[in-house]
Design a protein around this ligand. Structure first.
Ligand SMILES: [Zn+2]
Length: 89
């Protein structure tokens, strides 16, 4: 069961979890839309804004978004963490 979980990450495995194609395309997309909407508020600095790494399967179109590692610091500082730090339960 646990082995299946990691295969779903196109970024790491360069393989589509839906159709198993290895024809994966990647690009960077701005987190700021044309109407001033910012999907990653506070991330990436004032001028650049945040970016997503987008991975798309060339066969079936399945796609995954990732926040680049260099921006995860900002996410950790500025976003609200949804789970408790206490994992003792
Ligand atoms: Zn696919």
């Amino acid at each position: 069961m646990k082995n299946n979980q990691k295969d779903k990450k196109m970024k790491l495995h360069k393989k589509c979890p839906e159709c198993e194609s290895s024809e994966i395309y990647a690009t960077l997309v701005s987190a700021r839309g044309g109407c001033g909407q910012d999907l990653l508020p506070g991330v990436g600095g004032l001028f650049n804004g945040g970016e997503f790494e987008l991975y798309v399967c060339g066969k079936c179109g399945h796609s995954q978004f990732y926040v680049p590692e260099k921006m995860l610091d900002d996410v950790q500082k500025k976003f609200i963490r949804v789970n408790s730090v206490d994992t003792s339960h």
